[in-house]
Design a protein around this ligand. Structure first.
Ligand code: SF4
Length: 208
């Protein structure tokens, strides 16, 4: 199947909105400071940003708190004007949905479910609260399939037509390099697994 150039779509949207009198309102799903830092600092130039920290996938709870604290630290140190919404954390309920897909490899069907669940919850909130755009920063990760993430975004945009989906591929144009520079500059914590209990167990197995 032909791959769609979502980075080009990202640039086209930025070009289209950059001359607007008022910045459009963007609700952006962020999973951690490391992945979020570069997209947030870039998008703040063009959007009025609200971060949606909706990550009940993260196991255990101490790791969830650490990632959230690190994101708050980054926003403060970088004098970010982004607002932050933190949804209720319920890893047990989240895991009930992941369990049937426990044996799937990372990057496969389990992850597609996980992207879709969090994106749907965020998109619904964006639509109900009249945001102009919704986006997730997950495309910055090397381990995550940008094509899949944007396909999910497209499907959700049909469900919530009053909020546009911001198509993006943040790893392109040196995105990962820029994120690593910010990581060093602010001395941010970088986790060594994606988030759920299955990726946590894989990480422990790698360390054995
Ligand atoms: S590896 Fe990451 S994206 Fe995949 S199911 Fe686990 S937390 Fe979700």
């Amino acid at each position: 199947m032909t791959k769609i150039n979502y980075y080009q779509m990202q640039c086209e949207t930025i070009k289209n909105i950059s001359n607007l009198k008022n910045k459009p309102k963007l609700l952006i799903h962020v999973c951690c400071a490391v992945c979020g830092s570069y997209p947030i600092s870039y998008l703040e130039n063009y959007f009025d940003i609200t971060i949606y920290f909706n990550n009940s996938n993260i196991y255990p709870d101490t790791e969830y708190s650490r990632r959230l604290d690190e994101l708050k630290k980054y926003l403060q140190l970088n004098n970010s004007s982004a607002k932050l919404i933190v949804t209720q954390y319920d890893n047990q309920a989240y895991n009930n949905g992941l369990k049937p897909l426990a044996d799937e490899r990372e990057g496969g069907k389990r992850c597609w479910y996980c992207y879709g669940k969090r994106m749907n919850e965020g998109y619904k909130f964006a639509s109900e609260n009249k945001y102009d755009y919704y986006c997730t920063i997950m495309s910055i990760s090397r381990q995550k399939d940008s094509q899949k993430i944007n396909e999910i975004g497209k499907k959700l945009s049909n469900l919530y037509p009053n909020t546009k989906y911001f198509y993006s591929d943040f790893k392109k144009n040196g995105g990962i390099l820029k994120a690593n520079e910010i990581l060093k500059e602010f001395n941010l914590y970088k986790q060594n697994y994606c988030g759920c209990i299955y990726s946590y167990q894989d990480m422990l197995n790698r360390l054995k």
